[in-house]
Design a protein around this ligand. Structure first.
Ligand SMILES: [Zn+2]
Length: 256
């Protein structure tokens, strides 16, 4: 059974979705949890098990160390950046100080064109294993890696499937979303929208493929980049979906 909680509960939403369980705080729990943190414009999610916190991305405009520590300070912390844009990895230095026991997953081709300080930072703490409940989908970036300079890292974005139930599609563009469809379990029921709900992501074919989607979340702040876009919202609406926005709801928490 999946329960959904929010940091800030809005009565109007409760009326729309009366079957959802809402709670007002984040607390350690005996069961698995999945959190999409409200970081403003950016992305940071955490899947919490008994012994581990698996973080997909760790960037944004605001950093809620207290809340993350409450869940993860006593666990092993594994960090996976979908790609290296600042709004996805910007908190790395702070996290390194906050969690002495942590490591970062990095696939070489993701940073093939990032021969800078970031590469050194991440190489310092490489994870030695991947949890079995995680499926990492890598991008097809042959064309991107042939370019001399990469000005847009979104095509280099990887994505993550957790327990065949959750898909976090990074900032991958529509074309890549379509290429990944054949790897996506149709039982996935939670989707963290690609590129914060930008018009360059959210391909309609995903919604056709993932027939069991129950909850869609966009990690964003509208005033920064106009995310989610009108185009993405329209695509979702056609299929009967209304996304939860972290900007409105705060941290979104699923309990399994
Ligand atoms: Zn982004």
């Amino acid at each position: 059974m999946v329960k959904t909680c929010f940091d800030f509960v809005r009565p109007s939403f409760y009326l729309l979705f009366p079957l959802l369980f809402l709670c007002a705080s984040i607390s350690p729990s005996g069961s698995d949890q999945f959190v999409i943190w409200n970081v403003g414009q950016g992305q940071w999610t955490t899947y919490v098990t008994l012994n581990e916190c698996f973080h997909t991305d760790f960037g944004g405009e605001k950093f809620n160390l207290r809340a993350v520590s409450q869940l993860c300070a006593k666990k092993k912390n594994l960090f996976f950046p979908t790609h290296l844009d600042h709004d996805h990895v910007g908190f790395h230095a702070k996290l390194s100080r906050a969690f002495s026991s942590h490591c970062v997953f990095l696939h070489e081709h993701i940073i093939a064109k990032t021969g800078d300080t970031k590469k050194k930072i991440f190489h310092a703490n490489q994870c030695e294993y991947k949890p079995q409940y995680i499926q990492i989908l890598l991008p097809n970036i042959k064309k991107a890696s042939q370019q001399r300079r990469v000005t847009n890292r979104n095509p280099t974005s990887a994505s993550v499937v957790i327990k065949n139930k959750i898909w976090i599609s990074g900032d991958a563009p529509k074309k890549q979303e379509r290429l990944w469809l054949k790897h996506l379990n149709k039982q996935i029921d939670i989707w963290v929208l690609g590129h914060h709900g930008s018009q360059t992501s959210t391909d309609s074919s995903v919604l056709v493929h993932l027939k069991n989607l129950k909850t869609i979340v966009a990690s964003q702040r509208y005033l920064k980049h106009r995310h989610p876009s009108v185009a993405a919202l329209k695509t979702l609406k056609v299929r009967g979906h209304l996304p939860l926005l972290t900007e409105h709801w705060g941290n979104v928490i699923f309990q399994f």
